[in-house]
Ligand binder design. Structure first.
Ligand code: DGL
Length: 255
């Protein structure tokens, strides 16, 4: 039996899910959050689907063994695309909330518009994304934009660096003046938002799925009578045995 005081676990391949944790904490400050980043195995986005699935299931199993958890937020588009179905099948009693690229928000705001979806290779090639795409490709034109190398920079605290800007310049220059909105379909990418904004200009709206995921988590907890209104707590853990990644995570949480 879960209690309101149990943790909301937030899982990502690394530090990216902190961008979702920021939304969760803003919306539900009285909750206890347990964050787990699998930075030792990041990036997930260039792995095979089977690898991402196995890593996700192993991480979730460990978390559930070690902590009292009332809800799991898979704050990783890649892990959601590859494994949310499997996690739900394995833990039918658990509240499981995944994240997906905010294409619906983009299509609602820009009917007939031009939308880029920047995400990992796994997310862009999975069936789940194709299904999402087919729901909206009549209402707007969608460009798939992979961004290899960006997650690695963000994992090293360099989302806002010249290196990131140079990489993003190469990736995004062909789309300059061609987009109405860019969906940040990887939870790491909000940490490079400044550089992305510089390159695309203010006219292009940047969207991510973090706030929708937080709202959905709140809705599910409310429906289960499990919303907590305590002093609030955030515990950050990581598979990398390195204090630097924990420090980076707390720093990103406060940005
Ligand atoms: N943060 C993850 C996502 O939302 C993926 C990063 C990675 O490639 O590990 O897709």
């Amino acid at each position: 039996m879960n209690t309101k005081q149990d943790f909301i676990a937030v899982f990502d391949s690394g530090v990216g899910g902190i961008s979702v944790l920021r939304h969760l904490r803003r919306l539900m400050p009285g909750e206890r959050y347990l964050y787990f980043g699998d930075s030792a195995n990041a990036p997930y986005g260039s792995r095979t689907t089977e690898e991402v699935r196995a890593l996700t299931l192993a991480a979730v199993e460990k978390l559930l063994e070690a902590y009292r958890i009332k809800a799991l937020v898979i704050a990783c588009n890649t892990a959601t695309a590859a494994a949310v179905k499997n996690v739900r099948e394995k833990y039918p009693e658990l509240i499981v909330v995944g994240i997906e690229p905010a294409l619906k928000v983009a299509a609602d705001h820009f009917p007939g518009g031009r939308v880029g979806v920047m995400a990992t290779e796994v997310t862009l090639r999975e069936e789940k994304f194709d299904t999402l795409l087919h729901r909206f490709d009549e209402s707007c034109s969608v460009a798939k934009i992979p961004a290899p190398g960006l997650v690695e920079l963000i994992e090293h605290g360099k989302g806002d660096s010249e290196e990131a800007e140079a990489l993003l310049n190469r990736i995004l220059t062909p789309y300059r003046d061609t987009l109405d909105a860019l969906v940040l379909g990887c939870t790491h990418y909000p940490f490079a938002q400044k550089a992305i904004g510089h390159i695309l200009g203010e006219r292009v709206v940047l969207l991510d799925g973090g706030s929708g995921t937080a709202r959905e988590t709140k809705r599910r907890l409310e429906a289960a009578g499990l919303l907590e209104n305590g002093p609030g707590q955030v515990v950050i853990t990581n598979s990398l045995e390195d204090e630097a990644v924990i420090r980076l995570s707390y720093r990103l949480l406060e940005t």
